[in-house]
Design a binder for this molecule. Structure first.
Ligand SMILES: *Cc1c(COP(=O)(O)O)cnc(C)c1O
Length: 455
């Protein structure tokens, strides 16, 4: 009998997250205060985040224990399965083995719940009663809404207006979990009102929605905090539960991946899956190829600058060193809403800069073609974000076929696409546009990067 699923028992779930800061060859660059232009201290962040998360953000401890109440909620859907895509292998007629870690089994449909539960837990411990956040396509807002509901915390979500209008079901899901959702830009904040004054038809962006949520938290003190679903060090660390499980599962399968692949928006699902494998490269000199996949429409790593930049449009959020397209860059409206962010996690950026990982950019129609091919072989309809990873997994498997190589390819399937059928519809009807690299818009936004002088 050939195995298809590699499962762990609940008691085999990792008891600690992995913090790659302990193993980075060079420490991360400092985080800069957007007002003073000086490195930020823990107290500057205390208005936005509970102290435990601020400590995790800068921690150099290799492993941080997952609190029991967090493990308890993880058990609703973890450990998630590692699945061998045998039918896809057959459809591609490749000698390669293809495995995927499936995070779509989470009740909210994506990996984002892994950090939402942890963040809300630490907020509750610190006495937070209300959390403000932003959401693009709605995956993060959905995860945070459910987590807030579990821990008895109010949740306010600023949802990018274009998604609010195009994806009413995501809004309804958030409201079902008990959150209050407004379209961003909104008149609830100065940042939103200013954007609407400037352009009443503004359809919003993730950078602008972040500005609104940050302002909301800063102006509703005490009691309200802010929460971010990607990019930050502690978020990537919470997500490492994915890769740590996968390593145990590959042990059961008796193979090790030669190629590890994930899609990148802010870098959290890719980081969560790949960072434990990056550790093997740094510490044990493993030769694993680790590939981050982004859209050609928002190519922060393949076309951006490695520079200090604001995390948001209104420049209220901290400045970090990252691969960025510039905070004024307005991404085209691709269907993979979760990948429409101008920057990239500082950890992922540093690893790319130091050549521990590779990056590639892919076109929207090629991504949907991969998603459809995967759905027809394996049954799961992937989120358009995740299909970026599938595209490159398929391309690598076809290369193996051409060269007669039996490589082991692993990718993270970060979520299902049940709320993205509008995108599938457009693809199936041949109405999906492709986006070339937006070179001129990138050059213009990069010219406006802040100047940061380090002492
Ligand atoms: C949000 C999201 C992403 C992109 O965010 P990352 O932080 O880069 O992981 C990818 N896939 C899914 C399903 C998402 O919801």
């Amino acid at each position: 009998m050939e195995r298809t699923k590699f499962l762990l028992d609940e008691n085999e779930m990792p008891k600690a997250w992995y913090n790659i800061q302990a193993d980075l060859p060079k420490p991360l660059p400092p985080v800069i205060h957007p007002g003073t232009g000086k490195p930020i201290g823990p107290q500057d962040l205390a208005v936005l985040f509970p102290m435990e998360l601020i400590k995790q953000e800068v921690s150099q401890e290799r492993y941080i224990e997952i609190p029991e109440p967090v493990q308890d909620v993880y058990k609703l859907y973890r450990p998630s399965p590692l699945i061998r895509a045998r039918r896809l292998e057959k459809a591609l007629d490749t000698p390669a083995q293809i495995y995927f870690k499936y995070e779509g089994v989470s009740p909210v449909g994506s990996h984002k719940l892994n950090t939402a539960i942890a963040q809300v837990y630490y907020n509750q411990l610190a006495g937070t009663t209300r959390i403000a956040t932003e959401t693009g396509a709605g995956q993060w807002g959905t995860a945070l809404s459910f987590a807030c509901n579990l821990f008895g915390i109010e949740c306010k979500v600023y949802m990018v207006k274009i998604s609010y209008e195009q994806k009413p079901y995501r809004r309804i899901l958030m409201e079902t979990y008990g959150a209050r959702v407004v379209a961003s830009p909104s008149t609830d904040t100065h940042a939103g009102a200013a954007a609407l004054d400037n352009d009443p038809e503004c359809t919003g962006s993730l950078g602008l929605a972040i500005s609104e949520a940050v302002e909301d938290a800063a102006t509703h003190q005490p009691g309200t905090k802010y929460s971010l679903g990607s990019v930050l060090n502690h978020v990537l660390m919470h997500q490492t539960v994915i890769g740590l499980e996968a390593q145990k599962q590959f042990e059961k399968a008796g193979v090790e991946p030669d190629i590890v692949i994930g899609c990148v928006g802010g870098g959290s699902n890719f980081g969560g899956f790949a960072l434990p494998f990056v550790r093997e490269k740094i510490v044990n000199r493993k030769a694993t190829r680790i590939i981050a996949v982004e859209p050609t429409a928002t190519p922060s790593m393949t076309r951006g600058a490695y520079a200090f930049d604001y995390g948001d449009t209104a420049h209220l959020a901290p400045i970090v060193k990252m691969y960025t397209l510039g905070s004024s860059f307005m991404p085209p409206s691709i269907h993979a809403g979760g990948l429409r962010y101008h920057g990239m996690a500082p950890i992922i950026s540093a690893l790319y800069d130091q050549k521990f990982i590779e990056a590639v950019a892919v076109q929207q129609n090629a991504v949907f073609a991969a998603g459809v091919q995967f759905a027809r072989a394996e049954g799961i309809v992937p989120a358009p974000e995740s299909s970026h990873a599938i595209r490159v997994a398929i391309d690598e498997a076809l290369q193996c076929k051409a060269r007669g190589e039996k490589k082991v390819i692993a990718f993270n399937l970060s979520g299902h696409g049940h709320f993205d059928l509008g995108g599938y519809d457009a693809y199936l009807r041949g109405k999906l546009p492709d986006y070339e690299y937006p070179q001129a818009a990138i050059a213009q936004a990069i010219a406006q990067l802040p100047k940061v002088e380090l002492a």
